[in-house]
Design a protein around this ligand. Structure first.
Ligand code: C2E
Ligand code: CA
Ligand code: CA
Length: 653
C-alpha cells in the first residue's frame, strides 16, 4: 500500500516550529505553560514513530526487518497513550485540578491504571502478537491488526471520556472560561474524525496532522502567548494575571500573592534610557522567578503588570512562612542586582504579600490594592497585607493615645523626607518632613490615619513636639545643608496653633539646636484655616515673627476661599494633589493656568504636590511654578536615604 507521508511530515514541521517559538518566547515558565510545552514535545516523537512504524524504507536500500517495525509500533502505542494522559495533565495544570486528581486515590488509579495496563499489553505483544504483528512480504514489511487491537482503541476512548468529563467539571466549577473550554473540547471531534479517517483509509496518515491542528488551536485560545506573555520581561502578562486571579476567586481555592514594585521608575527610565530600563526589568523578572522557584516547590507564576509592578501568584501546597522568608532573603539581593557601566544601582522596592481570598475578598479590591499598595507601606521591607489592612483603622482609632505614647517612649516614630524640586534652580533645595509610625503589632500605620485621630485626642501635641525636635536634630547635623537643602517643610496641626505658648516652644527648640528659623517652613492646611480662630492667627503671627515662614497646605482640596488665602502672608502655597490629578482636558489646564497666575499675583511661591509623571512636571515648570513635589521625583524616605539621594543628585541635574 502506498502511504501518504506528507501529512505526518507537515505535522512534525508544524510542531517543531511551534516548539521553537514557545521556547523563544520563554514559555517554559509556569506549570501550565510547561505542561503545554511538554505536550508539544511528546507529539514530535509520536509523529516520527508513526512514520517509522508504517514507512516503507526499501527505497533507501536499508533492509527493513519485522522486528524493527514491531519495536517502532510498540513504542508508538506507548507514546500514544502517554499523549492521552498528558492531555489530562495539561488540563489539570491549566485549571489547578491535577493535584486534586493525584490526591484522591480513586482518581489517581483511574488516571494511571489503564496506562499501565496498556503498556504491559504492548510489551506482551512481542510474545503473543494478539494486538498487532508484521509479516515480511514481497512488497515489504506489512502491518496486521491482531484480534485484541480493539483493547487499545477502548483505552484510547476511555481517556477521551476521562478528559471530557474532567473538562466539563472544570467548566461547571468555573475553573475554565468559555473560550478555553470550547478550545479544549474542540480537540476531541478533530482527533476522532482524523483518527476515523485514518482507520478507514490507512494510507492517509491524518491522525498526527489532526494533533498538530489541535495544538495550534490550543496555542491560540488557551495558552495564547500574545495575550498571556509580557514580551519585554518574559513574565506573564496583566491579562494572564487577571485570568489567574479570576480563576482563584471563582474556584474557591486559595492563593498567596506577592506584589513587588520597583520604585522611582520614571527617574530610572530617564537615567538609563528605555533599552537599559527594559533590560533591568528583565533581570528583575529573571531573578525574582529563579530565586523563588529554586527554593520553593510550589505552583508559582510570575506576572508583570506594567509600571515596575510584578506579582507572584502561588497556589497549591504552599507555606506562607516559607515564602515570606524567601522573599526577605531575595529583597536585598534584588536591590543590588543591577550593574551598569560598573556602577551598582541601588534599587528600591515595595513588597507586600496577600493571602486571597482570605485577606482580600474580591478581584476588584485586589486590583485596586495592587495599584496603590506601595503608597502606604515602607519601602525595601517585606510587608504583609494584614499589617496595612483597613481593619486596622478601628484598632488605631480606638487606642490612639496608648499607641502614640508608646511610640514616643519606644522610638517608634521616624521622620521621612520627601525631596522638593526647584524648577528655577533645577535642583532639590527643600523637602517635606513626613512622620512614619511602625508598631510591632499593627505594622506600618499611615499618618493619614493616626494624625486625625491624634488631633481628636490631643496627643498630636506630643507628636508635634517630636517632629520639630527631630527635624531640628537632623538639620543641626549639617548633612542636609551640605547637599543643598535650604529649608524643610514641617506640617503643623491647627491644634498645635491653638496652644498659646506654641511660638515660644518652637523658638526654644530652634535655639537648643541652633537652627536658623528660616530653615523651617510650617505647613498648615487650608481646611484648618477654615476655622481660623483668632488664637490660631495670633500664634501663626508669633511664629512668623520668630522668623519661620508658612505654607498653605492642600490648596484646592477644600473650599478654596481667596479671602482666607489672603488673610495671612503665606510664603508658599501648595497646590493639592487632587488638582493635579484633575488635569485632563484643555479646559482643566486653562483653569489651572489662570489659578496659577492668580496665586502668583498674591506674591506667594507655588509648590505643586503629588506630581507623578513627567508631562505634568514639565507643564507646571513651564507655568512658572517654583517647586514640584511628588513621586515623579522621589517618595518620602528615611533620613539616611534622603541624604544619599540628595548627594547623588548634586551635579547631575
Ligand atoms: P500632606 O501634608 O498633604 O503630605 C503629602 C502626602 O502626599 C504625603 O503622604 C506624601 O507621601 C504624599 N505624596 C507625595 N507625593 C505624592 C505623589 O506623587 N503621589 C501620591 N499618591 N502621594 C504623594 P503621607 O506621608 O502619607 O502623609 C499624609 C498626611 O499626614 C500628610 O498630608 C499630612 O497631612 C499628615 N502628616 C504627615 N506627617 C505629619 C507630621 O509630621 N505632622 C502633622 N501634623 N501631620 C503630618
Ligand atoms: Ca503637608
Ligand atoms: Ca499637602
Amino acid at each position: 500500500m502506498q502511504r501518504i507521508y506528507y501529512l505526518d511530515v507537515a505535522a512534525v514541521l508544524v510542531l517543531i516550529s511551534l516548539l521553537a517559538s514557545l521556547i523563544f518566547r520563554r514559555m517554559l515558565r509556569g506549570k501550565d505553560n510547561r505542561a503545554f510545552v511538554q505536550y508539544v514535545i511528546l507529539l514530535i516523537p509520536l509523529t516520527i514513530l508513526d512514520i517509522l512504524r508504517t514507512a516503507d524504507f526499501s527505497f533507501t536500500g536499508i533492509h527493513d526487518s519485522v522486528l524493527r517495525k514491531e519495536i517502532f509500533c510498540a513504542l508508538y502505542n506507548i507514546v500514544n497513550i502517554m499523549n492521552y494522559t498528558m492531555y489530562i495533565y495539561l488540563v489539570g495544570k491549566i485549571t489547578g485540578t491535577f493535584r486534586i486528581i493525584m490526591r484522591k486515590k480513586i482518581l489517581a488509579a483511574l488516571y494511571f491504571l489503564p496506562f499501565i495496563v496498556e503498556t504491559v499489553l504492548v510489551i506482551s505483544n512481542f510474545f503473543n502478537h494478539r494486538f498487532f504483528y508484521y509479516t515480511s512480504e514481497d512488497v515489504g514489511v506489512v502491518y496486521h491488526r491482531g484480534d485484541l487491537t480493539w483493547i487499545f482503541i477502548v483505552v484510547g476512548y476511555y481517556y477521551v471520556l476521562f478528559s471530557m468529563v474532567h473538562i466539563i467539571i472544570c467548566y461547571v466549577k468555573k475553573r475554565l472560561s468559555g473560550v478555553k473550554y470550547t478550545a479544549l473540547m474542540v480537540v476531541f471531534p478533530i482527533n476522532v474524525i482524523t483518527f476515523q479517517i485514518q482507520r478507514m483509509h490507512p494510507e492517509l496518515l491524518t491522525q498526527m496532522f489532526g494533533f498538530a491542528i489541535t495544538v495550534l488551536i490550543l496555542t491560540f485560545f488557551v495558552i495564547n502567548p500574545v495575550e498571556n506573555l509580557d514580551m519585554e520581561t518574559g513574565a506573564k502578562s496583566y491579562t494572564a494575571f487577571r485570568n489567574s486571579i479570576g480563576n482563584v476567586y471563582m474556584s474557591g481555592d486559595d492563593a498567596f500573592v506577592v506584589f513587588g514594585k520597583l520604585q522611582n521608575i520614571a527617574s530610572i527610565r530617564s537615567a538609563l534610557g528605555y533599552d537599559m530600563y527594559m533590560a533591568l526589568l528583565r533581570q528583575i523578572a529573571d531573578n525574582f522567578y529563579s530565586r523563588l522557584k529554586g527554593n520553593i516547590r510550589v505552583d508559582l507564576n510570575l506576572f508583570y503588570l506594567k509600571n515596575g509592578l510584578f506579582a507572584y501568584v502561588i497556589r497549591g501546597d504552599y507555606h506562607i512562612d516559607e515564602i515570606e522568608k524567601e522573599v526577605q532573603i531575595i529583597l536585598p539581593k534584588l536591590r543590588d542586582l543591577f550593574v551598569v557601566d560598573g556602577i551598582r544601582l541601588k534599587l528600591d522596592f515595595a513588597i507586600c504579600g496577600v493571602a486571597i481570598p482570605r485577606e482580600i475578598g474580591s478581584e476588584r479590591q485586589l486590583i485596586r490594592f495592587s495599584e496603590t499598595f506601595d503608597y502606604a507601606i515602607p519601602i525595601n521591607e517585606y510587608v504583609r497585607y494584614s499589617q496595612v489592612a483597613p481593619e486596622k483603622d478601628f484598632i488605631v482609632k480606638n487606642n490612639i493615645d496608648r499607641i502614640i505614647s508608646d511610640a514616643i517612649k519606644n522610638n517608634k516614630f521616624e521622620m521621612y523626607y520627601q525631596p522638593i524640586y526647584s524648577t528655577r534652580e533645577k535642583a532639590f533645595i527643600s523637602a517635606e518632613a513626613l512622620i512614619r509610625l511602625k508598631d510591632e503589632q499593627l505594622g506600618f500605620v499611615s499618618p493619614a490615619l493616626f494624625i486625625p485621630a491624634a488631633e481628636k485626642s490631643g496627643s498630636i501635641l506630643q507628636i508635634g513636639e517630636f517632629v520639630i525636635r527631630d527635624v531640628c536634630r537632623f538639620l543641626s547635623q549639617g548633612d542636609a545643608k551640605n547637599c543643598g537643602i535650604r529649608f524643610v517643610e514641617v506640617n503643623l496641626s491647627v491644634i498645635q496653633c491653638m496652644q498659646a505658648n506654641m511660638a515660644e516652644k518652637i523658638q526654644d527648640i530652634l535655639k537648643e539646636y541652633n537652627i536658623d528659623p528660616g530653615r523651617i517652613n510650617f505647613e498648615i492646611t487650608e481646611t484648618a484655616s477654615d476655622y481660623l480662630a483668632d488664637a490660631v492667627l495670633r500664634t501663626m503671627n508669633d511664629i512668623s515673627v520668630n522668623g519661620n515662614g508658612f505654607s498653605l497646605d492642600d490648596y484646592g482640596s477644600g473650599y478654596s476661599n481667596l479671602g482666607r488665602v489672603m488673610s495671612f502672608p503665606y510664603r508658599i502655597i501648595k497646590l493639592d494633589k487632587s488638582l493635579v490629578d484633575g488635569l485632563g482636558d484643555s479646559r482643566s489646564y486653562e483653569i489651572m493656568r489662570q489659578t496659577i497666575i492668580l496665586l502668583k499675583s498674591l506674591g506667594a511661591e507655588i509648590v505643586v504636590e503629588g506630581v507623578e509623571d513627567e508631562d505634568k512636571a514639565l507643564w507646571f515648570a513651564k507655568m512658572g511654578c517654583e517647586y514640584i513635589q511628588g513621586y515623579y521625583y522621589a517618595r518620602p524616605m528615611p533620613e539616611r536615604e534622603f541624604i544619599d539621594f540628595c548627594r547623588g543628585k548634586l551635579g547631575t541635574l
